[in-house]
Write a new protein. Sequence first.
Lengths: 437, 484
Amino acid sequence: MNLSDEQVLAMAPDESSRKSGKDLANPAKWVSKGVSEIALWGECQGSGSKPYQTQIDTGNMAFKCSCPSRKFPCKHGLGLLLLYSRQRASFPEETPPSWVSEWLAKRAEKEEKKNTTPTATEKQADTTAQAKRQQARMQKVSDGAAELLRWMKDLVRNGIMDMPEKDPSFFENMIRRMVDAQAPGLAAMMRELADISYFHDGWQSVFITQLTRIYLVIQGYQHISDLPPALQQDIRTLAGFSTSQEELKEQTGITDTWQVLGKQTTEEDRLVVERYWLYGVNTKRPALILQFYVRGQSTITNALTPGSAINAELVFYPSAAPLRALIKQQVTIPANHTFNGYAGWQEVVTAQTAISEVLPVYNDQVYTIADLTPVWHAEQWWLQDSRRQLMPVKKTFQHIWKLLALSGGTPLHMAVTGKETQYEPIGVWHEQEYKIL
Amino acid sequence: MEHWNQLINTALLGTAKKPADSTGMNGPLQQAANTILTGDNTDKEDKFLQLAAVLYNYRLSGTQPVTANLAPTKVCPPETKPYCKPAAVRVLQQVLETDSIQLLQLWLEYCAKANVLLPPAQLPVMLDKGWRNKSLRALIAATGGQRAEWLGHFNPDWNFSRVADTIEDRWQNGATAQRVEALKELRAADPVMARTWLEQSWPKESATVKTELLSVLEQPANPADIPWLESLLTEKSKQVKETATRILKKLPGSSLHEKYWQIIAGAIQLDEYGQVTVALPEITDDSIFQSGIEKLSNDKTITDETHILYQLISLVHPARWEEHFKRNTERVIALFQLQDSLKPFIPALVLAIAWFEDKERALSFMHHSETFYIDIIPMLPPEQQQQFSEKFFDEHPDSIIQYACNNQEEWSLPLCTRIFKYAATQPYTYNQQFMNNHIRQIPVAIAATLDDITPVEAYHTGYWNNIKVHLGRLLQAKSQIQSL
C-alpha cells in the first residue's frame, strides 16, 4: 500500500474530518501502532481514559474504530493512514494484536459466507400483495407525473420571464408533491430546477434544458410499455424507482482491474452523494459507483481510494447505456497507471451521440482522453486535443493551476467528467503515473 | 443553437402570446418540427415541450468541439536541476498544515541548499504563499525552476519567480525579491559596484521598488554612500525619502548626524572643574524636527528640552563623546553615571550604542554598568546574549522574549525553557501564532521537556495544552526538515 497524502485525504467524508485527520497524523497522538501484510492498526489517545482502537484492512481498504463517530472513515482512520503514508518506518511490522486479528477473521468469515451461501432469497414474499403494492405505487407516480406535467404546461403557457422573482415555495410545493407521489427521482430533478442560479446570465437556457429533461422522463413514464426494456429501466430509475441491490448482486458481473479515476462529493439536505469514477483497464469501459449517506452517519464499510486500483467484479445497473455499477467483490491492488482512452474530442462527442441515441436523458460521463493541453482563450480555460479542437473547462473547476503546473504547456492524457460542452478534469497521467487533481 | 435560442424566446413570452414555430429549421429537423406542430391531439404547451425535447436531443447529439486557430501555447523549457525527493514533499505537506511561514522558509532553505526544485504539483500552493508573503519570494524563485516562471506568465500575482543563475542575471532579469537578494550579495563582496548598479537603474525603478532596493544599503550602512543618499532627499516619494533619512541617521559624517551633534555639543559642556552643564539652545533649524525629532515631551516629569536632547543623543554615535570630553570609553560611561545632569541620558546613550550597533562599546558598557540595559543585548556576542537573557529574564521577561525573537539564532535549551515557562502563564499573548512565527529559534530538543511546562493558573491549562499540541507538530516538522 503506497498512498499519497492527497489520496488519503480524498477519502475523507468532509472537510472537518480532513482537518482532524491531519491533526491526528502526529506520532505523539498514538499510544501504539503497527502494520502487517494485510492490516494497519493503532491506539489513539482521545479524550476518554481508554485509547480508541483504530484498524484498517489494507487489502480491501476497510476501516474500523472504537470511537463513537458515525463518519466513515473517522478522523482516527484518516490520521492513522496519513501517518503511515508519511512515516512508514515508524510502524513496526508485527503480528496483529487480538483486537485486530479477530476483526480480520470476522471479515474473512463474512466474505466466505457471502461466497458460499446460496444467494437466492430465502424469504418467499407474498407475491400477490407485492404486485398490488407495486401497482398502487405506479398509479401514484403516474398521477404525480400528470400533475407535474400540468404545472409545467402552466409555466410554458404564461412564460418563464418572471422566474427569478418566484418565491422558493413555488418549487418547494411541487417537490413535496413528487415526494408524496413516491417519485423521488422527479423530485430530485425538480430540486435541480429550483437550484438554478437565476441571477446568472443564461439561466433561461439552463431552465428550459432541465424542464425538457423532466418532460422527457414524464413522457417516457407515461408510455413506458412502448419503450425498449433497457430504456424502461432508465426511465423507472429517473422517476425514482430503486433497483434491488440484492438482486443485482446475484448476477454475474464484469471482473477487471478498475482504476479509481476520481471522486466527486455533493451534498443536499444533509444527504451526501459520493461519485467514484472507475475505468476498466481490460474492458476499456467506465463505471460509476454511487454511495449515499446522511452527513455524519456513514455506514459504508469499504472505501475506494482515488488514484488507486482494485481488482473487482462490478455489476452494472440495467440501462440503455450502462454506467452505474455496484461492487460485488473487490481487492485493492497496487496502482495501475495504464492509459486507455479516446484520441480526441471528436471521438468523445461521437460516443455521446451514441448514448443520446439510446438514452435521451443522461448525466455526466467520465472520459479518458489522450493529449489534452489546457489553453487560455476568449477569457476562459479550454482543453485542446491533438487535432487542436477545444472544449471548455467548467467555470467552477478549482484545480486549473495545478493542472497547468503539471502540463507546463505540454499535452497530458486526462480523465474528465462532463457532457455536451462542459468538462472538469479529475486526474492526469503525468510522468507515467496517474495523479488525481 | 439558433433554433434553441428561438425556443427560449418563446418560453420567455409564453405560448399564450407566442406559440412555438419552426422558423429557420430545415431538413429532418423541420420535418420533425412540422409533425409536432401540426398534430391535432396536442395543445400549444405540449407542442412547445415536444419541440424542446427534439431540439434538446438534436443539440446533445450534434455537440461539436470548437475549432479555433490559436497561437501555440509557449511550452515551459525543461528544468536543469532535479526535483526534491518524495520524502521532502511529504514533509512539505506537514509544514503547510502548520501555517508557519518560518517553517516553510526553513523547508525552502533546505531545497535551495540542496539545489533541488519544487515538483510542479506543489507550485500553485507555494506561489500563492509567495504572493502573500514577500519574505518567501526569493526562496521560491530559487526553487521554483522554469515551471514557476512559466506559470507567472498566466498569473500576474505569481510573477515574482524568474530563473536566473548569476548575480548579474538576477539583478538584470529577476523579480524584485530576487534583485534585492542579488544586491545584498554583491554589496557584501563589492559595495561600490552595488551602489553603481543601483544608481544606474534608479531612474527606471518605481517608488516601491526603490524603497526595497534602498533598504539593502542599511545593513550595514556605509559612509561611502552618504553623498548619493543625501541626493535622494529631494526624491518625490515620501517612502524613498524616509528610507534614505533612516540610513543617513546611521551614518556619522552625514549632514543630519553632524547637525544633531552640533546641537548636543553646544548644549552639553564639561567645565574646567569636571562638572557637566546641560543647556539646550533654541533650535532654529526646522530640518531637525522634520527629520523626526519630537519637539514636545509626552511625560510631565520630563521637560521638552530634555526630551529633545534625549532623542538627539540616541541618534549620535557614542564615539563622539570621547572626542568631546577627551576621555576614553570607560571614563565617558563613568561621567554619565556620576554627573547628575547626564544621568537622565544614560538610556539614550544605550540606545545610541544599539542604533549604531557599536559592539565594542556595548561590551564596555556592560562591564562598567551596575544596571542592566536590555537594549544592549543584541550587541553582545551570541553566547553572552543568551547568558544575560537568562540571568535577567525574571526582571524583563517580555523585553527579553522580544529580543530573543528578533535574534535569528536558535535559543539555548535553558533560555527556551524559561521563555516557555513564562509563555505558559500568558498563553493568550504567546499563542500558536507566536510559535509559528518563531519556530526557527525554538530548539527541537525542547519537545522532550514540553510536558514539564505547565501554567500556574488552572484556567490557562486547556489553552496552553492546545498550544503545546501545535508546538509539538511544529517541532516534529522542523526535526524532519533537519533530517532531510
